[in-house]
Design a protein around this ligand. Sequence first.
Ligand code: NAD
Ligand code: ZN
Length: 375
Amino acid sequence: MKTENNLSNKKTVPAATPRYRNFPMVPRVVFGSGSFSQLGDILLPMRKSSEAPFIFLVDDFFENKEFINRVPLLFNDEIIFISADEEPKTGQVDALVTRIKQQYEEPPSGIIGIGGGTLLDLAKAVSILLNNKGLAKDYQGWDLVSRPALYHVGIPTISGTGAEVSRTTVLLGPEKKLGINSDFTTYDQVLLDPDLTKTVPKEQWFYTGMDCFIHCVESLNGTYLNAFSQSYGEKAMELCQEVFLDDIPEEESRDKLMMASWHGGMSIAYSQVGVAHAMSYGLSYLLGVKHGIGNCLVFQHLEEFYPEGVTIFKKMMQKHNIILPKGICANLTQNDFDVMIHVSLGLEALWENALGKDWKSLMTPDRLQALFQKI
Ligand code: NAD
Ligand code: ZN
């Protein structure tokens, strides 16, 4: 019979070979206290000509600080100070690209991002848009960039996001908060100098550090977990616990948190984040809540998903006397909740990683709203 034939034919077709993702990694990295003084030597061979400047995008916290005299400027190199008070926006990237193109006859030799996740993401996006036509918002998504980015170097001054190692740059666009995820986003060179994090205020240190801790919890408890992610996630988790729960010397703590951030970023590269990030993106889109604190505000209420992680998180908060603001969602309208829920549930891969293929029946809009209402 026809049906039987079809069935028996099917049996002879070999099972599809799984397709594994082929990720780029940062090809060069220097780590160590004081390593910032090597930056000039690292950049020199990458300089195209005396007319092709290096553009340093620097967190404006460093404006008028002693540190700025150590930036190795030559010829017409330029420092552009940028505030990290707000998360990076697609329009901000476009404006920077236009300014750089108008100001210099020759394309720059490279872009150097110096700061936290905000500056690291901006520098990645600017280097992509300098070599690709159109607007930053056109590239929000997965693998939409066709030409390699301009040479770009990332230098974190606060530890936790993993932006120094990831293949994404998270931007707030006119319609969505979404990364430019591409093989060309990843930095060509990263310089990890833990001394640069000495001036980070305590609360910010905690919030950005918890971003790393939450990356680990979400990766290690996700359905996408595999040996690659687990190996990095476990190491990052161990380092976070030493930094935030043990009493280790400050210098060692700075070194370890910087490496935790790196490993946490590597862990999610080959898996995904989960419930806290999906919700925190919603908060950030509607209310402009910054990523680190947004994750903490959400994560404290997620014991049903991450019981062990939330217990450790609360211990860490207590040890460092961190008091999170309350009532963030107290005065929101139903329309506000709908916007947050829409943004959050749109991040399908995060939910699938957290709750499995059947996540839509588990995380209904009502259940999600009840979680937001606790914040
Ligand atoms: P941030 O860059 O927003 O900076 C937070 C604050 O710390 C700012 O006020 C900044 O001026 C200050 N600061 C930074 N370094 C300092 C220093 N050495 N001394 C004193 N103050 C300092 O913080 P963040 O938490 O690192 O980054 C958050 C951003 O990272 C968000 O925009 C988020 O979307 C993004 N992010 C990106 C990725 C990625 O993979 N691309 C991952 C996670 C988060
Ligand atoms: Zn994060």
